[in-house]
Ligand binder design. Structure first.
Ligand code: C2E
Ligand code: CA
Ligand code: CA
Length: 696
């Protein structure tokens, strides 16, 4: 019967060539015959398999169930059994198969043999395993990622969210599933989903979020997809939404932005923000009737507070002044600190000069109340200038400038208050914008120095004077006689002196490095900086920074700074400068009224006779006796003399005869570039050399 059956199947070729494994198994579980696919799966030829028990080629783990299946089939308990199981190939590799075994009964009705079909599912199983593993990896990554992530369907509904997401939004993961993402961070645009679904990451941007503690926060939102959905796939699939907590970074950025627009010390707006707000106000009110006043407020002699009590006390006074300004101005008004001791205030609906005067007086009264700082009672005076809009214009910059001009005048008035008016002519306007340009030139280190040699009677270079030069971008070279007083007026002098000292010392050192041993470098310093004591700090800093020995620096202080030489602050500051080892020179001697008696007491080293006495010494006979007596007097006090403004050979000769120690002037060498000084030194050396050779 079986042979018949087999013969029939053989003839059809089904058994032999079928793609699935087929076998006839005896009731004692041995293979009676196997087809090619079965041999292939088990890796053995038919002759080896025939006679082997099915259990012998079954993975030990599955042997029990397979034996049981065969027993039940043979016993007639069941007709067919289907099961996934593993064979053992001859190489020992497990082969996953899906098998069906059916009982075949003979004429007697008893089970004669079993027919077994088995399909190799090893590949399929492997793929399933890989998928499972990758899903497990994804899950682990998703769950444990510190980045808040949510799986969102294309309709914007959360399918699942990780722990970081749940912590960020303060909702349990289980409660998040099914909620709309939009309820937490605002709805995303459909296009964000579409782009992500096509496999691109979409940076949605910053979104506000209420944090678990109820405070407002910010997240940065990005959307990516798990597997790209094709164009025609419709709205299925899901995307991952990443939320990055941006609250602190945004706060930091806002702070930076705030800093860029505010004064750090007082927290008031800075000039930039003030101008911007003023501009907006003027713009808003352009159409209707309105009045608006810009006040500029300046604390008088404020650096005396800084110098006398230290910067910390000065800062406290400024903070308190800012607070007082704030209490006076109404909510709609705004104020700013423009720098140092200068404040600006805008007041609305101040109708005329009279009203504005009243506000200015109030500002003055409140701000000049005594300040109690670190156990000291400090009195600060102040001046206020103002300009009204529309009367004085509707342009923000113009109004600020006009209020500033009024302030300059206010400073010279006993009442300390001035409105912009007809008397503020074009000249002060010009100066004001020039001051601003100068401030920028100093801040950007764009002031240059020219150098002029100071020579002995034989023309050897004994020193060099550094002279400030300013090349204005539109107005060309502006002479120091013009810009030095501007710097003085606008508290720029300190920074300018710092710049000049630094540059001059650096240049002196670089000449030394080139082998040009010029004994000293002279720098002009302002009278006011000597009085306030700022100078000492500047010089000390510059010496420390450059490493230049103090003796190589000469400070030229104009005679007018000393007046009668009895100001105790000046005397004390000169003493402190001397302690640094620097040498001191009285500049422009003959133009001030200093009494010779003080020259000795103040311990100066050098006296520069003003060029007005020297320039015409060869033509105006009256100059000679004056210069002679100055030289004699200076010598008797132990000071060396310098004549500046030596323009001609005659002047040089006369000064030589009068015993003047040093000479400086266009007739010797004009102020110029460092290379010109080096050139001059070389020429003098060369001339002396050839004179020497000729005389031999
Ligand atoms: P000063 O200190 O009396 O400088 C000498 C001035 O005389 C310089 O003018 C120089 O160029 C000029 N000069 C030199 N030789 C002759 C000459 O033979 N004939 C004539 N007619 N003039 C001569 P400059 O450079 O224009 O400086 C003018 C003033 O500006 C200086 O007078 C000084 O008071 C001030 N200054 C220049 N640089 C600085 C600086 O860095 N700081 C300070 N505080 N003041 C400075
Ligand atoms: Ca000088
Ligand atoms: Ca001079």
């Amino acid at each position: 019967m079986t042979e018949e059956l087999l013969g029939e199947r053989e003839s059809l070729g089904v058994f032999t060539y079928a793609m699935v494994g087929m076998a006839i198994v005896d009731v004692d579980s041995r293979f009676r015959c196997v087809n090619g696919a079965m041999c292939g799966a088990l890796g053995s030829p038919e002759r080896q398999l025939v006679g082997l028990s099915v259990l012998e080629v079954t993975d030990p783990h599955d042997r029990g169930v397979v034996a049981d299946d065969i027993r039940r089939l043979v016993a007639g308990d069941t007709e067919v059994v289907q099961r996934d199981r593993r064979y053992l190939s001859t190489t020992g590799e497990p082969v996953c198969v899906h098998t069906s075994m059916a009982a075949v009964r003979g004429g007697s009705g008893a089970v004669e043999h079993l027919v077994m079909l088995s399909e190799d599912i090893t590949e399929q199983r492997h793929a399933e395993h890989l998928l499972e593993a990758s899903f497990a990896r994804f899950e682990a990554m998703f769950d444990n990622s510190p980045v808040p992530m949510g799986l969102i369907d294309m309709g914007g509904v959360i399918r699942s969210a990780n722990a970081a997401f749940s912590t960020l939004v303060g909702v349990e993961s289980e409660d998040l599933a099914g909620r709309r993402l939009g309820q937490l961070i605002g709805e995303l645009a459909e296009s964000d989903f579409q782009v992500a679904a096509r496999g691109h990451t979409t940076m949605v941007g910053e979104r506000p979020l209420v944090r678990p503690d109820g405070t407002p926060g910010w997240v940065f939102v990005a959307v990516t997809c798990l597997e790209p959905v094709g164009e025609g796939d419709g709205g299925g699939g899901e995307v991952i939404v990443h939320l990055i907590d941006f609250t602190e970074r945004r706060a930091g950025r806002d702070l930076l932005h705030h800093r860029g627009l505010h004064d750090e010390l007082t927290g008031l707006a800075n000039r930039h923000l003030f101008t911007q707000r003023l501009r907006e106000s003027l713009e808003d009110r352009r159409r209707g009737d309105f009045t608006l006043t810009v006040f500029m407020v300046n604390l008088d002699h404020f650096n005396q507070v800084n110098n006398g009590l230290g910067h910390q006390s000065g800062d406290l006074v400024l903070v308190e002044a800012a607070r007082r300004i704030h209490t006076i101005t109404r909510i709609t008004d705004f104020s700013a600190r423009f720098g140092d001791d200068e404040f600006a205030v805008v007041a609305y609906d101040v109708c005329d000069d009279g009203d504005a005067f009243a506000v200015a007086s109030q500002l003055r009264r409140r701000l000049s109340d005594p300040y109690h700082v670190a156990g000291n009672v400090i009195h600060v005076g102040l001046s206020v200038g103002f300009a009204l809009s529309p009367a004085d214009g509707r342009d923000a910059d113009m109004l600020i400038q006009k209020a500033g001009i009024a302030l300059y005048r206010a400073k010279r008035l006993s009442g300390g208050i001035a409105a912009f008016g007809a008397e503020d002519d074009g000249a002060s306007f010009h100066n004001l914008s020039l001051v601003e340009d100068l401030r920028q030139a100093v801040a950007s280190d764009s002031i240059d120095l020219a150098y002029q040699p100071i020579v002995g009677a034989d023309r050897t270079v004994k020193g060099v004077e550094a002279l400030a030069r300013w090349q204005h971008r539109t107005q060309g070279a502006i002479p120091p006689d013009q810009f030095i007083p501007l710097a003085e007026q606008d508290h720029l002098m300190g920074e300018l002196t710092r710049l000049v000292l630094r540059r001059a010392m650096r240049q002196h050192l670089s000449w030394l490095a080139e082998g040009l041993d010029i004994p000293s470098i002279s720098v002009n310093v302002s009278a006011s900086s000597l009085r306030t004591g700022v100078l000492w700090g500047l010089v000390d800093d510059a010496l420390n920074e450059s490493g230049l020995p103090g003796e190589r620096l000469v400070l030229e202080i104009t005679e007018s700074a000393l007046t009668d030489g009895s100001d105790p602050a000046v005397v004390a500051n000169i003493g402190r400068l001397r302690a640094l080892g620097v040498r001191l020179s009285i500049d422009d001697f003959g133009t001030g009224y200093s009494s010779m008696a003080y020259l000795k007491r103040l311990n100066f080293d050098e006296l520069k006779i003003d060029r007005s006495f020297i320039i015409d010494i060869d033509s105006d006979e009256r100059s000679v006796p004056i210069v002679r007596s100055v030289i004699q007097l200076a010598h008797s006090l132990g000071l060396r003399t310098v004549a500046e403004g030596v323009e001609t050979g005659d002047a040089e000769r006369i000064l030589g005869e009068l015993g003047c120690d040093l000479l400086q002037g266009y007739g010797i060498c004009r102020p110029g570039q460092p290379s010109a000084v080096a050139g001059y030194v070389a020429t003098v050396r060369q001339r002396r050399l050839s004179l020497h050779q000729r005389s031999r």
